[in-house]
Each structure stands twice: as structure tokens, then as C-alpha cells.
Design a protein around this ligand. Structure first.
Ligand code: SF4
Length: 293
């Protein structure tokens, strides 16, 4: 089968950095319990890799939930915050249990937080475009729950809540480019003075552009990544819009490929989310390469 491989694939810098932080901590502290609050990055193969190094993934705390399980951890446990950022109250919560934390937040996410903080210091309110309940969104909203207004991609925003005439508009880093443009237009129609900052990260942007540029005659597209991964799900959305005549499958690994998917197909493309391990994508590519023309 003719095969088009989207570049880049493999980890983005933020994912690579978070995994390196966790594995380095294991090397530095071979006998210390290490636990991550939620998925370090959104991929199950990465979680398995960390488990092999005895780095456990535990539940994320909730602001009004029962977080007493943290008190059952050994007192020398190192807690790692995930690459998506964390709600600010996590820091006090962890120290209140006598535990130590390490922050693996992606620097690109931190830049967005810096923009938010600077705007708040300048008395500018914030509209944050993102998905409610996503850890990156929760982290951003926690900076100031009174002056940051969520434009939820599913629920939109009640604009009457925003009193400021020139709010700063920022977003989750892994949104789809087209979707974000649409939301920006919607905001500007309602608040013409809104100051737009496009915060889609370079890694997300490059992967979406690569999917858009898949040759038009490709009739089968595989997007490899976890169903938890927002940037992977956005690649699926982009592929379905840019290649409406192709069959698009979101797969987690080669194990999800079945013969009926490629029956009568002439040409396939493979793209992968920013948290998908390279070897997982390579297995998909190698499998497809072996199929007859
Ligand atoms: S996708 Fe972007 S924001 Fe998310 S970890 Fe990678 S570089 Fe950072």
C-alpha cells in the first residue's frame, strides 16, 4: 500500500521533558516512592513505562472531594505534577500532607500562565478557551476563578458575565487551528475590544498542518494516540474536515488495525499525537508497509 507519513511524529518537547524529569527523579532517588497526580502525559504506553520504573500514577485531587488518600502515602513520597499544569491549590494540598512535589508543567503552558498573570496584574480580565475538566484548563482557571472566564468549547460563554471591555483571550495549547479561529470570531462579534492571543503550541500546530497537507488522493488515514490525548483527538477532527473522502481511524496502536479498514484502499497516511511514543507509531507504519499494493 502506498504510504504517506506525517512529520513530525514522536514526542513533542513538553512531553519529552516531563518523562525525562520523572525518569531522572527515579535515578536520583532509586528507593523513594514517586507518584504522579493524574497522567503525566496523555498516553497509556507512557504510564506503563513509568510503572516499570516504579513510578505510580494516582488520582488527581479535587477541590471539594475526599483527598485523604494523599495522607496514606509514605511521607517521603515525591509527587510529580503533570505536563498539563496543575491547579494552584495542589501545591498547598501536597505540602499540607507533608509531601514534596516536583513540577513537570510544559514550558509552553507556563508561558500562557505568564500571559494570564501579566494581564490580571494590569487589571485585564481573561477569557480562556478550552475544555472544562481538562487538566490544562483547570490549571489556568485556578489562577483566578473570579476574573478568568471559561469559553467552554461545548457550552460556549455567557458574554454578559464579562464586564471588562478589553479582556485578554488565551486558550488551551492543543486546540484545533480552525476551531480556534471560529471561536475568536465569535468572541470578537460579542466583545469587539477583546485582545486575542493565539496560544496553540508549535508542536500542535505542526502536526495539524501535516495532517491538512496529506495528499488529497489518500483514502485511509490513521491517527495514532490515546483517546485521552486532546491533541490527538484534534488531529482526528482536522483529518475528517480536510479529507472528507478518506476513512479516518483514531487508533492507539497497531493492535487496532483490522483488515476491513484497508480493504480496497490504495493509499494510507499515518499521523500521531504529541504524546504517542515513536515505537508505537513505527509499529503502525511497519505494519502498513507490509501490505500489498
Ligand atoms: S503539546 Fe504543546 S503544550 Fe502540550 S506538552 Fe507538547 S509542547 Fe507542551
Amino acid at each position: 500500500m502506498k504510504l504517506h507519513i506525517c512529520q513530525p511524529h514522536g514526542y513533542c518537547e513538553g512531553v519529552m521533558r516531563a518523562i525525562t524529569i520523572a525518569l531522572n527523579k527515579r535515578k536520583e532517588h532509586p528507593n523513594t516512592p514517586i507518584a504522579i497526580l493524574g497522567m503525566l502525559v496523555h498516553n497509556e504506553f507512557v504510564i506503563e513505562l513509568l510503572e516499570k520504573h516504579n513510578i505510580m500514577t494516582i488520582n488527581r485531587p479535587t477541590i471539594d472531594g475526599d483527598n485523604s488518600y494523599l495522607g496514606n502515602l509514605p511521607k517521603d513520597t515525591l509527587i510529580i505534577f503533570t505536563a498539563h499544569g496543575h491547579p494552584l491549590y495542589y501545591e498547598d494540598l501536597i505540602t499540607s500532607f507533608g509531601l514534596t512535589y516536583i513540577d513537570a508543567t510544559c514550558p509552553k503552558v507556563e508561558i500562557t500562565h505568564d500571559i494570564i498573570n501579566e494581564a490580571l496584574n494590569n487589571n485585564q480580565d481573561i477569557i480562556y478557551i478550552g475544555q472544562s475538566n481538562h487538566p490544562e484548563t483547570e490549571a489556568a482557571l485556578s489562577i483566578d476563578d473570579k476574573r478568568i472566564f471559561l469559553y467552554d468549547l461545548n457550552d460556549k460563554l455567557d458574554f454578559s458575565r464579562v464586564k471588562h471591555q478589553t479582556p485578554k483571550v488565551v486558550n488551551q495549547t492543543t486546540l484545533a487551528i480552525n476551531e480556534l479561529e471560529h471561536v475568536h470570531n465569535h468572541i470578537l462579534e460579542n466583545i469587539p475590544g477583546a485582545e486575542i492571543h493565539d496560544e496553540i503550541c508549535r508542536a500542535t500546530r505542526m502536526r495539524q498542518e501535516a495532517v491538512k497537507n496529506i495528499p488529497a488522493d489518500v483514502d485511509l488515514i490513521y491517527i495514532v494516540g490515546s483517546t485521552h490525548s486532546n491533541n490527538t483527538k484534534k488531529l482526528v477532527d482536522v483529518a475528517r474536515i480536510s479529507h472528507p473522502h478518506a476513512d479516518v481511524y483514531h487508533i492507539q496502536s497497531v493492535a487496532d488495525i483490522t483488515p476491513h479498514q484497508y480493504e480496497n484502499k490504495k493509499s494510507a497516511a499515518v499521523a500521531a499525537g504529541a504524546s504517542t511514543p515513536l515505537h508505537v507509531t513505527r509499529e503502525v507504519i511497519n505494519h502498513l508497509k507490509q501490505l500489498p499494493e
